[in-house]
Write a protein that binds this ligand. Structure first.
Ligand code: TRP
Length: 321
């Protein structure tokens, strides 16, 4: 049974991405699971080609460095013809009403006519990602559930109207990972789109930068180390991160430190122990471009081989061959 997860290269990989999802992909992936860098999804708003190229390699390198098996990993646009062919078949299966109803589209477009058409059709591209690879389960957060529902609807409709070809996918809850919050504003998730870089720890940040960011993390004036997310959100965030790195509970992590200064030092060192091997492998991969492009090519070839029969069948069933 195939489970598929995608990560969109809209920013550099940070601690929230790593502790919240990527680490689990590496540790708990089933032998048939698939992971991909959804770079075609990163251009639904005006984008820089240079930066997109850089971020795609960056994310691929971090996933590999984190231990996501390379046989299960590919870059979406390395199969751009396949994904676009299926997107067209599915766009002609999807109604305008269905696309327009997507909450994320409504939120991001807010009725503006200057919004890119890609923002409207992107859930159909996402359906193509899911259906092309024969996905049975898609672990997604709340914000993507409706898109998986759409993929399900389109798979059923295509199967009924033209012939059985697609596995009907379902959305599943991702295994709970750590929820990492912004170090300068613990009311917000640590997010690629945040403007305050000091609140975000990137996996490729050098050790002194990581230490400085934790030193400056927002706490409170109580100087009492205990796990109370409501009353002491900044301290709780640091304890959550420490616990995630030490594989323990935040309550137990709280017992091991006496002051905020000790807490900040402990969490910085625990984070460094966790991410330094990943950072070093990723930097090495990014420096030896030939290895990275070789891995990319092999990943694309495998993904193509796995999916080509399904795509040919769908093309034939639609009457195009
Ligand atoms: N849209 C997802 C996100 O923004 C990423 C994604 C693209 C994805 N295609 C997918 C996730 C297919 C799961 C399956 O997070």
């Amino acid at each position: 049974m195939i489970k598929l997860s995608g990560i969109t290269p809209s920013g550099e990989v940070h601690l929230g991405n790593y502790l919240g999802a990527i680490r689990r992909w590496a540790l708990h992936s089933g032998p048939d699971d698939l992971y991909f860098v959804s770079n075609m999804h990163a251009m639904t708003v005006k984008h820089s080609p240079e930066r997109l190229r850089h971020l795609t390699d960056h994310q691929l390198a971090v996933l590999l460095a984190a231990g996501v098996p390379q046989e299960q990993l590919f870059v979406q646009a390395d199969l751009i013809r396949e994904h676009m062919t299926l997107t067209w078949l599915l766009e002609c299966t999807c109604t305008f009403g269905e696309a327009r109803r997507m909450i994320q589209f409504k939120e991001k477009s807010q009725g503006s006519a200057s919004v890119r058409l890609g923002l409207l059709t992107y859930p159909v591209l996402m359906a193509a990602d899911i259906l092309l690879h024969g996905t049975a389960q898609v672990p997604v957060g709340e914000d993507q559930r409706q898109h998986v529902e759409l993929a399900r609807t389109l798979a059923r409709r295509f199967n009924t109207d033209y012939g059985e070809v697609f596995v009907v996918p379902e959305a599943v809850l991702p295994e709970a990972g750590a929820r990492v919050r912004d170090l300068t504003d613990p009311s917000r998730k640590m997010s690629k789109s945040s403007s305050e870089a000091n609140g975000i720890v990137y996996v490729l940040d050098p050790p002194d930068v990581v230490r400085r960011k934790f030193q400056r993390a927002v706490t409170d004036s109580r100087n009492e180390v205990r796990y109370a997310p409501e009353d002491q959100p900044g301290v709780a965030n640091l304890l959550d991160i420490l616990a995630a790195c030490q594989d323990t509970t935040p309550e137990r992590a709280a017992e091991s430190v006496g002051s905020y200064r000790e807490l900040k030092e402990a969490v910085a060192e625990a984070v460094l122990a966790t991410i330094t091997p990943v950072r070093e492998r990723a930097i090495h991969l990014l420096e030896s471009r030939t290895e990275l492009s070789h891995i990319r090519r092999q990943g694309a070839e495998r993904a193509r081989t796995r999916s080509e029969r399904r795509l040919s069948e769908a093309i034939a069933l639609a009457g195009l061959a």
